[in-house]
Every structure is written in C-alpha cells, then in structure tokens.
Design a protein around this ligand. Sequence first.
Ligand code: KIV
Ligand code: ZN
Length: 506
Amino acid sequence: MKAVQIFDTTLRDGEQAPGYSMNLDEKVRMALQLEALGVDVMEAGFAAASPGDFESVKAVADAVKSSAVCSLSRALEKDIEASAAAIRGAARPRIHTFLATSDLHLKYKLRISRADCLKRIRRAVAYARNLCDDVEFSAEDASRTDADFLCRALEAAIESGATVVNIPDTVGYSTPDEFGALVASVMNRVKGIGNVTVATHCHDDLGLAVANSLAGVRAGARQVECTICGIGERAGNAALEEIAMGLRTRRDAYGALATRIRTEEIARTAHLLSTITGVRIAPGKAIVGANAFAHESGIHQHGVLSKAETYEIMTPESVGMKQTELVLGKHSGQHALETRLKDLGYDLDSARLAEVFAAFKALADRKKQITDRDLAALAETRVAARHSGSQEWKLDSFVVNSGNHMSATAQITLVKGKRRVQEAAIGSGPIYAAFRAVEKIIRHRFTLEDYRIEAVTERRDALGEVLVKISDSKGAYRGRGVSTDVIEGSILALLVAVNRMMEAKR
Ligand code: KIV
Ligand code: ZN
C-alpha cells in the first residue's frame, strides 16, 4: 500500500496552545482515542519540560499499544535521556530531537555557527539512536533555512542514524508552491534520503498549513505532522482531519496515497478534545464543525435530497458525524444506557455507570428527548470527576433567590462522607452568591478564571453545560456540570473543579 503516515502532535504542539492544557488522565484518554483513530505516531509531550510532562509522556507510552509514541527533546543529552526514560514502556518508542537551522535562529536564538549546528545535530541524533531505534530529527525553521544548508543538516542527521527527517514550516511562512519545491529539493539532493521517511510539520499563521502539508506530500513527504482541529502554537498546526479527508477524497490529486486513519472516528476524537479542553469546535470548521454537512439553502437541500453528491463531497457518516437523535427515554434501563454509552465510546466502571444512570433518570423526568449529545455530556461529567469517595464534596441541596431589585442569595448544603455543611451567601448575581457559599463551606478561597455556559441541544428543555475554571496558588482546575437548571449545572461544575483543587492540596 502506498501510504502516508499520520503523526499526531495534539498532546505536544497542540497542548502548547493557550486554553488547551490537559492533565495526565485527560492526556491518556485523548491518547487512547488517537490510537482508536489509527494515528501511526503520536507525540505525547516534551518529557524534559517538567516532572508533570515526564509523567504524562510515560503514562501515554505505557497505555498505548498500536501507535508509536514519541517524546520531543531539544538537541541536548539531558532532554534526550528524559525522553528515552519516559517512552521506555512504549510498544513502539520514538525519540524526536530538534535544532533550528535557519541563520536567523542560529544567530539570534542559539548564537552558534552553521558548523556548530551540524556538530550538535550529529551529536544529538547519534546519542538518541544509542537509546532508541527510531529517531526523528526536525530542522526547526526549515522553510526559512538556506536550502543548501538544510540539505547538509538533514544529511548530518541521516548519517548519524535518524530514521525520520522533518521539514517544519515553524512560523507558517511558506506557500504551497514554495514548500512543495523545498521538499522536492530535499528529496533530490540529500544523500541517503531514500532510506528515511521525510516529514512535514506546517503551522497555520497564513492559513496554509494543510495546503503546504499536502504540497509536501505531492513532492514526496510520507509523514504529515498535524493535530486534531489544527490546535497548536499561535494559529495552530495542520488539521489532521483535513489532511486525512483531503487525501481520501482527492485520491486523484494526491497520487492515491492512503492513510491508516479510521475516518469514522474523526468526529468522536474532535468532540473528545473539545469536551476535555472545554473549547468548542467552530461551527464552520471543515470536516467536524456543526455546519460542515448542514445545507441551509433550499436549492442545496433539494439537490442533496435528489442526489447527495450534488453538494456533498464526502458523507457525514464517513467522518462519524451522523448523530442518532432520539436514543433513550424515561423507561430505558441501565443495560440499554450502558450499551449506548459504549457505542459513544464511554466504557464506565460500575460506580460511574450507576451515577450516570441516576443522572439520566433525573434528566428523563425533566426533558422529553434525550440525545447522544446529552448522554455524552452526562458521561463526561462523571469521567472527569475524581473518585476520591468520602473525600469528595457533593451537592445535597441548594436554594437561590434573585431578582432585579434585590441582591441574590444562595443557601447551599454540601456533603463530604458523613459531614453535611450548610452555608448562605449574598452576591451580585445567583451564580456569584452560590460560588461564595461553596467557598465558605470548603474554607478555601479561589479565583474564578473562566465561566461558560452553553446549551447541549437546541430545544427549550435543553441541557445546559457549564464549564468552570478556578485557580488558587497551586494551580488551575477545570470542572464541567450539566443540568436543565443552569444554577445546578454551575454548582456541579464548580464542585468538580473544587474536588480537583482539594485533591491537589492533599
Ligand atoms: O514547529 C516546529 O518547528 C516544531 C518542532 C519542534 C518540530 O514544533
Ligand atoms: Zn510546531
């Protein structure tokens, strides 16, 4: 099979983007979904960056079985050692080391000569190769590197044992014609290039990351580095779903190159990322946005009904975008719920399943139609919550009063193990009052960093999904809560974040 390898860096370059940070458990969940999606390689992080990053890379490497797992390292022995140690448990480990090669970076960032740069590349790649059979070298800022020197740098990496050489457009400066020509010149001029895989890694500063990556593939690259929904540094990276569907839909234009991506898993993966990070997918996002397959105009609707291909170049099913509308009702049992949740990708333990079932029954009393999106929202709140049992604060009851001529008041009762604590507070609004009452109960102050509320589905009885981010001196903690009552959803979201904060304190 003529194939292009998909290298996903959602957990590294993607996670570097503001608002997309994930904790260890979230990274492992995302990694397992990336594996289900069929990525060939996943970059789990930058092991040397911090002890937390090391642990996350290690946890991903230990959990993932079929995709290769790699860790990024500067061209420094201590970074490479950290990567090697973190990925030791991986079924298919890879060390990824990088060094800038453009004169701009050599002069102003690294303050080294071209000759020193080549020496460092040789040393780093050879060192990594002693620790791991699969070593990738990236020439950072390759697209602004003198073309001859880039060839020398990649040759140095190949001679020292690199198995993959990567050509990043680090600052998203290139155009498709230029980038294709750059990859073609590397393919033609670098000694030993036939023995290694050539990769692209394009950023989206000019909105050209996917176009540049595909131009690289046409010129001979056989690994594309990308992220789910294109998240990443600044304007982001090339979007994995666009690359995979571009290659699949336009086989004629890209030399019939296949990927191993199970495209029906694309929507699930994008939604998991959105659920974990709390960042919504833009409605117009190609492939996975809510409008990507919506036909608003009458002419288009008529065309699609007569023959889908009139306005659809791929089917929603092929990317997993078809939602079952009405799935379960008030009389459905726990077994039916469990089966449906498994279809949605939630394999819950019995304690969590019982909690989701209780929430589902309560919701069925308030809401007529329960959709897959409702179920996913309910399941997510339980997956995200910690199970520290008696250590966890849980909502018992609340009463909130508010009006346009009065201060809002909230009375809240929380339970933790056998303790039951009630407090009341006043605030400029009901949510503020409720959060103050929670603060009094837990006897710990926090700052509200972010608060967002959105309807999960469209109807009047829609489930409201609340995302809360709080912080204290130790860090920031996110929580998600869902309810048809937005105040209840807000308190539930806050309690998830509070329990995470209290766990970090222990
Ligand atoms: O954009 C870039 O150049 C990178 C490298 C570290 C591969 O992310
Ligand atoms: Zn990058």
